[in-house]
Design a protein around this ligand. Sequence first.
Ligand SMILES: Cc1cc2nc3c(=O)[nH]c(=O)nc-3n(C[C@H](O)[C@H](O)[C@H](O)COP(=O)(O)OP(=O)(O)OC[C@H]3O[C@@H](n4cnc5c(N)ncnc54)[C@H](O)[C@@H]3O)c2cc1C
Length: 477
Amino acid sequence: MTPHQSSSQPVHIVGAGLAGSEAAWQVANAGVRAVLHEMRPQRMTEAHRTDGCAELVCSNSFRSDDAANNAVGLLHAEMRRLGSLIMRSADANQVPAGGALAVDRDGFSAAVTKALNEHPLIEISREEVAGLPPADWSNVIVATGPLTSAPLADAIRQLTDESALAFFDAIAPIVHKDSIDMSVAWFQSRYDKVGPGGTGADYINCPMTKEQYDGFVAALLDGEKVDFKDWETNTPYFDGCLPVEVMAERGHETLRHGPMKPVGLTNPHNPTVKPYAIVQLRQDNKLGTLYNIVGFQTKLKHGAQQRVFRTIPGLENAEFARLGGLHRNTFLNSPKLLDGQLRLRAQPRLRFAGQMTGCEGYVESASVGLIAGLCAAADMRGASLATPPATTALGALLGHITGGHIETIEPGSRSFQPMNVNFGLFPPLASPPTKKPDGSRLRGNEKTVAKKQAISARALLDLDHWIAEHLRVAAAA
Ligand SMILES: Cc1cc2nc3c(=O)[nH]c(=O)nc-3n(C[C@H](O)[C@H](O)[C@H](O)COP(=O)(O)OP(=O)(O)OC[C@H]3O[C@@H](n4cnc5c(N)ncnc54)[C@H](O)[C@@H]3O)c2cc1C
């Protein structure tokens, strides 16, 4: 590709996480120079362990890879069509995970880092941007994520005149596989789903009787929690990443209808007795030596975690490679503060990407990085990129962030909360399907499935048109 402006001002990208790495890749592939500023390893966050780009700090899953029936699977497909580095590296480092796309976290991060290091238009600068980016950086993407360092977060808060940017979230523990008792637990994916790189038997399942479940829920409720400091006590959680003990507080059966649901699985050690609840563990590294407990993010103290989680049948002697913990999150009130191109209204040279914009999750963060990168590169060419239509997963997510949300509580507080991509963010179909291909009427759940599939098909078609109309023209300019 011919470098545009390769000798003039670069796009500065702050943060080499999921969003910043993808943004730098898109900027450089559009022929524009990118400088990627990353504070690790000089300054680490509370959750990152390495100096690698796009380090996954908790789960190793990119969630469903089903582009026809699942909104995040659709987002995967759209990102692949746009040459996403994050998706390319994830595909190359898959580990088995049923219907989900999960990755070997070290292999994935190494692949992203290598590609960025080797790109002739990308420079990686290892430094903290400890305040507002310098005034002479005319085109900046801030992608510093949920654990944005304090000096930068403070500067942004002052600039945006917001009272708060942070709240709390929790991570799940990881167990050494050889410490799991496989005479109690068994391998199986829910409904034996095979999925990308999977076998249909990718999860380790631990069964519970009603008595064991009752005891477990009681132990979760009694377990000692990490204290909040005074100023943190009113900090809310993401609904999508609630600590397991907070789910338990919401109702005795909540976990059995959530991460511990006993459906689609049969215990081969005791096939005639249906477990009352099931704890699942998912492979966490390529070697298959580590497994994370699915949905068990927690703020229990470390001692309580070991005691309570070892009451799970099969985990009595579990050795933990990492225990769960609490972390801070940082995100903007984007519908109010950002324009449709993710630029800060108060200072449009600053564009935001990733979780700071109020999207949630690895894939969503990377996808917003992708769009931010394309927009920033277009700006460098003196053009303005029309963002993908709202009928695409990328456009639907962007719409939620920059305008789709309606403020529902009094001014001064905020109702905008981080959100995963979902079909509820897409505009309705003009004429939802009512019949099957054979002409018979769709019934019950079939209608929902057909509707999702129609939304997905429309999205991919519209994305292809958008690419043809806007990106090919931009590339040729
Ligand atoms: C503990 C924890 C658990 C999570 N669990 C999950 C999960 O299981 N699944 C999921 O999908 N999502 C999870 N998330 C959310 C996930 O982290 C984000 O969705 C995703 O990583 C966000 O991508 P990002 O690029 O916005 O931020 P990140 O990937 O965090 O990248 C931000 C980068 O900016 C750097 N940085 C910060 N401040 C500065 C500065 N001032 N100067 C220079 N560099 C800076 C950081 O070191 C980091 O490398 C979790 C988040 C946390 C914190």
